[in-house]
Design a protein around this ligand. Structure first.
Ligand SMILES: *Cc1c(COP(=O)(O)O)cnc(C)c1O
Ligand SMILES: [Zn+2]
Length: 387
């Protein structure tokens, strides 16, 4: 069973009923987080119970939000390899290096985790029609999971989105609308139409469950490292669900008694062409400002203003981590190097983490003996238009 208990506003703490369809906090407009009865879960479940469970993120169903397992909409997402890449690590001065490789996941990006969780829970709560603004990969994922759940799916993407993202949506029967502008403009369109059209808005952090799917990346890293955590996690940040979710997961794991109080330094990477988080971080701000003229080949990082920016910045600061930007040319060089040295064809977002590691090592912010995990968040095969 799931130990889900309620939803709680991430800013003001207001409590909401988890068994009703919810978007953001009705008082302050900030994201809602899922809370679990972890004291009961701690008495009932142990790490050893995981042995032999399914090789997907749903192996952690007790701390995922679906009450009836028959509502789970899955394509086998998660439990991706944590691949040691010592040659690549040696190249940059950090030999104890791993890639958490989300490139092999259904729909070709880790958006599958978030949308599997969100669509499963939406089905459980009786939702029939969903809509999403997306830079590309979230649209492909919601199209796939929505199709499997028999839902009506509406996706809104920037008009310059790669063709692969349009095709993957249309092939799964989603209705595609191309929007002049960026993901934030697409988001505005969905928000304007949702009430009238009866759509459930599944935008990043405008519903509580995508974060729950993404948090399983952190649980998997812990389990794959024998219930320890690395010294450093480097994560390519767009809307921030992954970094926020993993940070949440570590607290939940500690409450379950599965890990101790140690935490990795969380490093948020963006592209120089759209870097609101590093900017806010270096200026000591709690929230980011809208980034004008956002432009980068790493589509998943082209988010000029994230609803959960304050949560990203909080996780980075609490962890003793940092936020930095790398250039598109550094990203492309990294894609090629990772492929040539380790055989992993990373997406540009994922390759950005390697470019960031190089800078961090040179600046004395990551050390030779540390254990570092890079997140490759998708497959390079979705980005062949760049080569
Ligand atoms: C969406 C996306 C990101 C950013 O993910 P967040 O968790 O929302 O910050 C990174 N990489 C890829 C490939 C993406 O599709
Ligand atoms: Zn609130």
């Amino acid at each position: 069973m799931s130990y889900i208990s309620h939803l709680e506003c991430s800013k003001c703490g207001k409590v909401f009923d988890a068994d009703k369809v919810q978007n953001v906090c009705s008082d302050c407009g900030k994201p809602l987080m899922v809370r679990y009865d972890l004291d009961s879960a701690r008495d009932a479940i142990t790490k050893s119970m995981l042995v032999g469970r399914e090789a997907s993120m749903w192996r952690y169903f007790e701390i995922l939000p679906v009450r009836d397992r028959r509502n789970i909409v899955t394509l086998g997402e998660g439990w991706t390899p944590l691949t040691p890449v010592p040659r690549l690590g040696e190249e940059v001065g950090v030999p104890r290096l791993w890639v958490k490789d989300e490139g092999i996941i259904p729909t070709g990006s880790f958006k599958a985790r978030g949308l599997s969780a969100a669509i499963s829970r939406a089905r459980e709560l009786g939702v029939r029609r969903v809509a999403i603004p997306s830079a590309g990969n979230a649209a492909g994922a919601i199209a796939a999971y929505g199709a499997r759940a028999g839902m009506e799916v509406h996706v809104f993407m920037p008009e310059d989105v790669p063709r692969v993202n349009i095709v993957e949506c249309e092939i799964a029967g989603a209705e595609v609308t191309l929007v002049k502008g960026l993901i934030t403009d697409a988001g505005r369109l969905v928000a304007e139409r949702e009430r009238e059209m009866g759509w459930f808005n599944v935008s990043t952090l405008r519903e509580p469950y995508r974060v729950e799917g993404k948090k399983t990346m952190g649980i998997e890293v812990a389990e794959q490292m024998g219930w320890t955590l690395p010294d450093v996690i480097i994560y390519p940040t767009g809307g921030g669900t992954g970094i926020i979710g993993m940070w949440k997961a570590f607290d939940e794991l500690e409450r379950l008694g599965w890990i101790g109080s140690e935490r990795p330094r969380m490093i948020s990477v963006q592209s120089e062409g759209c870097a609101p988080i590093p900017k806010a971080f270096s200026e000591g701000k709690e929230e980011s400002e809208y980034w004008e003229g956002a432009k980068t080949i790493a589509d998943g990082l082209r988010v000029p203003k994230a609803l959960g920016d304050f949560l990203i910045l909080k996780a980075v600061r609490e962890s003793g981590g940092t936020a930095l930007a790398v250039s598109d040319s550094e990203i492309l060089d990294s894609v090629k190097l990772i492929a040539r040295m380790e055989g992993i064809f990373a997406c540009p977002e994922g390759a950005a983490t390697y470019a960031a590691l190089r800078k961090l090592f040179e600046d004395g912010k990551v050390y030779r003996d540390e254990r570092v995990v890079l997140f490759n968040t998708g497959s390079g095969l979705k980005y062949i238009h760049l080569f």
